[in-house]
Design a protein around this ligand. Structure first.
Ligand code: ATP
Length: 295
């Protein structure tokens, strides 16, 4: 039977098919230009509410090392939603995590977006799409995209989005090798590697080529046009991630990149058979692989 006080939603991960830095601000923030893409790999987010006076938020998670208090962005999403809607009650959030944690796939951000959607439904839709997006923006720069999904060109600090009508379903292998990357460290490496960001490192044509290929349904051309400014800055420090990219390309990937600031690496394959064989090669070197496709 349906529970009117509870809802369970998939919270999809993202990859960056393209990621460039266009400027570094005085305050150290980086302006980016990115093509964000929702993928089928997802966490499961269950949210239930019991109407009672006062407010309490409880988070449970299948991974013991993910924080369950206000350090968890899903917790903060619930807090923000209840503040904005002026509602009270007890909220229980259960996170079934499958997206690699701290892997550059917006795992936390997508959980937060799912909590916003779930609470909006459970409290009778107090917010429309625009207000929900404002709340998402306040939680983090990847959260609005996670709320929206699909394919989008993101600029500014990632919060300005313009949809791309992609007709391409990319066949993906997502690879992790046990290394970590913290986002602030990755940006430090980026600043050191590029010195400054007076010009786009990739050149202006490549992004347009990628979006045109996606709209035309041309997976090979899309894969060939993918780009990530972080790749050369991070790979020298993360040899497992570098090896994953090498193995993907040696085993038939049309293209391979880190997602976001890494260290998760993904490959785009021409078909599922080639992907399967590449997966076996990566497994034999101790990598964790996940099959996925773009949504
Ligand atoms: P992004 O791609 O948006 O930079 P990410 O995928 O690299 O994010 P997350 O998986 O969101 O990184 O985790 C980053 C940090 O946030 C981790 O150190 C983790 O402990 C913490 N965290 C907070 N909430 C969550 C959550 N719901 N799921 C996973 N990690 C979380």
């Amino acid at each position: 039977m349906k529970n009117p006080n509870g809802v369970e939603l998939p919270a999809y991960a993202k990859i960056n098919l393209y990621l460039d830095v266009t400027a570094r601000e005085e305050n150290g923030y980086h302006k980016i230009e990115s093509v964000m893409q929702r993928v089928s790999l997802c966490d499961r987010v269950a949210v239930s509410v019991s109407r009672e006076p006062g407010r309490s938020i409880f988070v449970r998670c299948n991974l013991p090392y993910v924080p369950r208090d206000a350090r968890n962005i899903a917790y903060r999403a619930a807090e923000l939603f209840m503040d904005a809607a002026g509602v009270c009650g007890s909220v229980r959030i259960t996170l079934g995590k499958r997206i690699p944690v701290a892997g550059g796939m917006a795992g936390g951000s997508t959980d937060a977006a799912a909590v916003l959607r779930a609470l909006n439904r459970l409290f009778g839709y107090p917010f429309g799409r625009a207000r929900l997006t404002e709340l998402a923006c306040a939680l983090g720069s990847d959260v609005p995209f996670c709320l929206r999904g699909g394919t989008a060109v993101c600029t500014g600090f990632g919060e300005i989005m313009s949809g791309v009508r992609s007709r391409t379903r990319l066949c993906l292998l997502i690879v992790t090798g046990g290394e970590n990357v913290s986002t602030p460290w990755a940006f430090e490496m980026l600043d050191r590697y590029y010195q400054n960001f007076d010009a786009r490192a990739s050149g202006p044509v490549r992004l347009e080529r990628l979006t045109a290929a996606l709209c035309a349904g041309d997976a090979a051309r899309a894969a060939e046009s993918m780009y990530n400014v972080f790749d050369p800055a991070i790979f020298p420090h993360r040899p497992r991630a570098a090896r994953a990219k090498e193995l993907l390309l040696e085993n038939g990937a049309l293209g391979a990149l880190m997602s976001g600031s890494g260290p998760t690496v993904f490959g785009v394959f021409p078909d599922t058979g080639t992907r399967f064989r590449a997966g076996a090669a990566l497994l034999s070197e101790g990598f964790t692989v996940r099959e996925a496709y773009t949504l």
